[in-house]
Design a protein around this ligand. Structure first.
Ligand code: FMN
Length: 380
């Protein structure tokens, strides 16, 4: 049993960020530049929740360091006119091969939360994956940015009817894919969250019914109410039957599970260790990407997340067979710094970095990157 959490029955939403003038974006030239000013603006308990990892956080550090084992192999004199970072993801155009990974509670970074994120992602032409445990409702996020490419990330709830309603609402609101997170049968053990008694408040999760989960004796899993302990491969057919939209399985780290995902009809396999927040001592996604791409054999798209901060970390992913990459924390920092304008600025930086990176690689498009454009210098 995990330590009991404290609950202030009067509070509905905790750790709301102060309303402060936005950070001057002129000084922000890389995504990491958002981190320090964001930390000043976010409540310490919310920061611990955003930044933290599981157990001793080895995998949190490993996921950032994993890129050190890779070297890009640029080709020269290829005549790199017509640089084009656009791609297609699940059969539809995306302006960039990078999107926003689902992250809970954008409202802890900025009062407009996912509404601001959605507007910026839509303006950038990028995919925004909205979490089950968002601060704003499925419908409000869709209404904030009509026409955007938006997927709904599903945490299976204990009551099937609640889960089904979430899926149906997302499909009705125009979310174009269901991203089922499969690496969270229970929440990872997160020391800082426990130490600081993280409790975003009874009304923090806009899409979930307010239930008797905030009682003082609840353990951490019950508090966040997102465990899917009973979920198995056999449940996928039922989940797919709830909405006629593609199914993405997020949180795959082995070729065995990637094969099973395809056999069970997944349209895409998302390689992820959940930002190092779940089990410690697991692999970084980039380390297992190639094996998973081989196991999938082109039968589904493959995506990657984890520690992607700059274009030189994006480039190996399409080279090794990923259709797209996603990142979570940098967009939370950007949101905290300047709301919608911050996230828009973040996309601008990524686009500029990536277009230059493609030119420097001698490859005009993400699709023209091949395994020959990357090598591994050490590591497994
Ligand atoms: C604060 C935070 C909240 C997250 N919430 C969710 C979530 O609700 N659903 C989910 O599938 N993944 C969630 N993730 C994991 C991300 O989708 C993603 O796998 C991971 O953070 C990527 O690593 P990065 O933060 O280094 O880019 C969360 C990550 C963070 C940092």
């Amino acid at each position: 049993m995990l330590p009991a959490m404290t609950t202030d029955a009067r509070s509905r939403r905790n750790y709301l960020p102060d309303e402060r003038p936005p950070v001057d974006l002129a000084g922000i030239v890389r995504l990491r530049d958002f981190e320090a000013p964001a930390r000043e603006r976010i409540h310490p308990a919310a920061w611990a929740y955003y930044a933290g990892g599981g157990y001793d956080e080895h995998v949190l550090a490993d996921t950032l360091a994993a890129w050190d084992a890779f070297r890009l192999r640029p080709r020269v004199l290829t005549g790199v006119t017509g640089i084009d970072a656009t791609t297609t993801i699940l059969g539809r155009p995306a302006s960039l091969p990078i999107g926003i990974a689902p992250a809970a509670l954008h409202g802890l970074a900025h009062r407009e939360g996912e509404l601001a994120t959605a507007r910026a992602a839509t303006a950038a032409g990028a995919i925004h994956v909205v979490s089950t445990v968002a601060s704003h409702t499925i419908e409000d996020v869709a209404a904030a940015a009509p026409g955007g490419r938006r997927w709904f990330q599903l945490y299976v709830q204990r009551e099937r009817a609640v889960t089904r309603a979430l899926v149906e609402r997302a499909a009705a609101a125009g979310y174009e894919a269901l991203c089922l997170t499969v690496d969270l049968p229970v929440l990872g053990y997160r020391d800082e969250v426990l130490r600081l008694h993280f409790d975003p408040g009874a009304d923090a999760y806009a899409n979930l019914p307010r239930r008797d989960v905030w009682r003082p004796d609840a353990d951490l899993d019950e508090m966040v109410d997102m465990r899917s302990v009973e979920l198995t491969w056999n449940d996928l057919d039922e989940i797919r039957s709830w909405a006629p939209i593609p199914l993405v399985l997020k949180g795959i780290l082995t070729a065995e599970d990637a094969r099973l995902a395809v056999e069970h009809g997944a349209d895409a396999v998302w390689v992820s260790n959940h930002g190092g927040r779940q089990l410690d001592r697991v692999a970084a996604g980039i380390d297992v990407l190639e094996g998973i791409v081989d196991a999938v054999e082109g039968r589904a798209e493959v995506y990657l997340d984890g520690g992607i901060r700059r274009a030189p970390e994006i480039l190996p992913a399409p080279a090794l067979g990923a259709r797209a990459v996603f990142t979570a924390r940098p967009f939370l920092w950007a949101l905290a710094c300047a709301g919608e304008a911050g996230v828009t600025h973040g996309f601008g930086i990524l686009r500029e970095e990536l277009e230059r990176g493609l030119a420097l690689m001698g490859t005009p498009t993400p699709a023209s990157l091949t395994r020959g454009h990357v090598t591994r210098v050490r590591g497994a």
